[in-house]
Ligand binder design. Structure first.
Ligand SMILES: Nc1nc2c(c(=O)[nH]1)N[C@H]1C(S)=C(S)[C@@H](COP(=O)(O)O)O[C@H]1N2
Ligand SMILES: [Mo]
Length: 260
């Protein structure tokens, strides 16, 4: 009686099972490939953004990049601090990367940082003026986009202290800070929240000693919330703006924000 009510399903043979599985996975593969191809076509045939501040990425891609940027900006609020380490953990042999803008000789004693204020006024600041102010030290994991990282120990003047001492409160109401080497060869653009993050410093010491030439003497940027590319060595000038300042690696196609 039971047999009449219930249609007995014959169990699938191993062979049939394999066939069925193959069919399912093939269909899934075909469908996702079609979707991927379509997505790629949309991206590929979409207009390229104008090459300028950022390299020529396809517009939707740039839109996506800008979305991630927004997410991270919100995520890394001013209160978020990068992890720090004891001094004993800092590398003795500090890695040294590219040296764009450091090729020419520099007269450390004669060096001055040029700060362009919003009213057009230009202020020149010496290394002694900067060293006269309270020093801040940090030991953290420096990360380069090329795939290396190292715990390093830097000392200098906190950017936010610098802003306060040199009366740049109006300037930091703008959206961006720009830094350029004295010869103009290497440039970095920073969103203001990162520039004035409590761990961002204008560094003049590495491992407790004046910064060596190839690491950016006499003054470089140490910005722990960003990848190495944003940590400009040998600062020549500082500007403030509401449009993105020139940025060496962004022009080469790297992410403008380059946050960790
Ligand atoms: N002026 C200048 N600053 C620069 C660079 C550069 O080529 N020129 N390279 C950047 C990159 S990619 C990294 S990883 C760090 C490396 O700093 P370091 O040489 O002290 O390790 O500096 C950054 N600042
Ligand atoms: Mo780097």
């Amino acid at each position: 009686m039971m047999n009449n009510l219930k249609k007995v399903k014959k169990p699938l043979t191993i062979d049939q099972k394999i066939k069925r599985r193959n069919f399912i996975s093939l269909s899934v593969f075909a469908l996702s490939s079609a979707a991927a191809y379509k997505g790629w076509r949309i991206l590929y045939t979409s207009p390229e953004e104008a090459t300028g501040i950022t390299g020529g990425a396809q517009v939707p891609l740039r839109r996506a990049l800008n979305k991630t940027e927004l997410f991270f900006r919100n995520f890394f609020s001013n209160n978020h601090l990068v992890k720090t380490y004891p001094k004993a953990m800092a590398a003795k042999n500090v890695r040294q990367n590219s040296n764009i803008g450091l090729e020419s000789n520099i007269d450390i004693a004669g060096w001055k940082m040029e700060v362009k204020k919003s009213g057009g006024e230009v202020v020149h600041i010496t290394i002694d003026q900067i060293k006269a102010l309270p020093k801040t030290e940090i030991v953290y994991d420096f990360k380069c986009v090329e795939g290396w990282d190292q715990i390093q120990y830097w000392g200098g003047l906190k950017m936010i202290d610098f802003i306060e001492y040199f009366g740049l409160a109006e300037e930091i109401k703008m959206q961006y800070m720009g830094l350029i080497t004295p010869d103009g060869e290497y440039q970095v653009g920073l969103d203001m929240p990162s520039a004035i993050h409590p761990q961002t410093i204008l560094a003049y010491e590495m491992n407790g000693r004046p910064i060596p030439h190839n690491h950016g003497a006499p003054l470089r940027l140490i910005i722990p919330v960003k990848y190495g590319i944003k940590n400009l060595k040998r600062i020549g000038s500082m500007t403030f703006s509401n449009t993105r300042p020139p940025d060496y690696w962004a022009r080469e196609g790297y992410d403008y924000y380059s946050g960790l």
